[in-house]
Design a protein around this ligand. Structure first.
Ligand code: FMN
Length: 231
């Protein structure tokens, strides 16, 4: 008995690879969102290196792709485990996977903080209780029980002078962004696009470029170099 072939998509990458992978990367994410291929189509695994040199990975939502200069942004608590990892080793490896589209994207590169304006803009667009939650949860720290966590959220809501029920019913509130909460920019230095193909003769292409530090929080990029890879 042969193993069934789950790869039904016949859409391969173009024979002549584009000079820049970012437009295709953005188009694949947009397509996953438009087709609602899964509940969180912008979910990506973020792998980092812990201060002790060991890898750790978790899923976050990609909240922005900036094609030029080639940045992906996500938001989190910077005191979390991933925040500690990025402080020690400011590099990340990202993986998107859309099973329903037979597609995977891998991105690797250095990480810098998002600007305060980017973090404020995203934070202020969140539900007020999510904004309060950013104050309430010491992400990645232990807590004795779920009840204790909920009590901590209620206490924080009270300390911020807010009414939980009103906020749950759609009430608005001004809640400042906690200083430890914000965005990270992952600068794409290595991008791989993977298209699943019948009988596992998958299509893979890799783009790499140099990133020279430029100023305090940026990089100057060399042109991309593309290579097709064996599956
Ligand atoms: C679909 C999905 C989306 C998530 N999005 C985020 C996110 O955008 N930011 C975040 O901090 N955690 C997000 N999480 C939770 C993380 O996976 C993780 O539990 C949390 O960030 C703590 O990770 P750490 O202890 O490695 O820092 C998400 C989890 C799932 C399953």
């Amino acid at each position: 008995m042969t193993t069934p072939d789950p790869y039904t998509t016949h859409e391969t990458l173009p024979d002549t690879l584009p000079d820049d992978p970012m437009p295709t990367l953005a188009a694949w994410i947009d397509e996953a969102v438009a087709k609602k291929v899964q509940p969180n189509p912008t979910a990506m695994t973020v792998a980092t290196v812990d201060p002790d040199g060991r890898p750790s990975a978790r899923v976050v939502l990609c909240r922005a792709v900036v094609q030029d200069p080639g940045i992906l942004r996500f938001y989190t608590n910077k005191l979390s485990r991933k925040g500690q990892a990025l402080k020690a080793h400011p590099y990340a490896s990202l993986v998107f996977h859309w099973d329903a589209m037979d597609r995977q994207i891998r991105v690797e590169g250095p990480v810098t903080d998002a600007t305060d304006e980017e973090s404020d803009a995203y934070f202020n667009g969140r539900h007020p209780l999510s904004r309060a939650g950013a104050w309430a949860s010491q992400q990645s720290q232990p807590i004795a029980s779920r009840d204790d966590l909920l009590a901590q959220v209620m206490q924080t809501v009270g300390e911020l002078g807010l009414n939980f029920d009103q906020l749950q019913d759609g009430g608005e509130a001004v809640i400042p962004r906690p200083p430890h909460w914000g965005g990270y920019r992952v600068w794409a230095q290595r991008v791989e696009l993977w298209a699943g193909s019948p009988v596992r003769i998958h299509d893979r292409a890799l783009w790499t470029r140099d990133l020279e530090p430029d100023g305090e929080d940026g990089f100057r990029a060399s042109p991309w170099i593309s290579t097709r890879l064996q599956p």
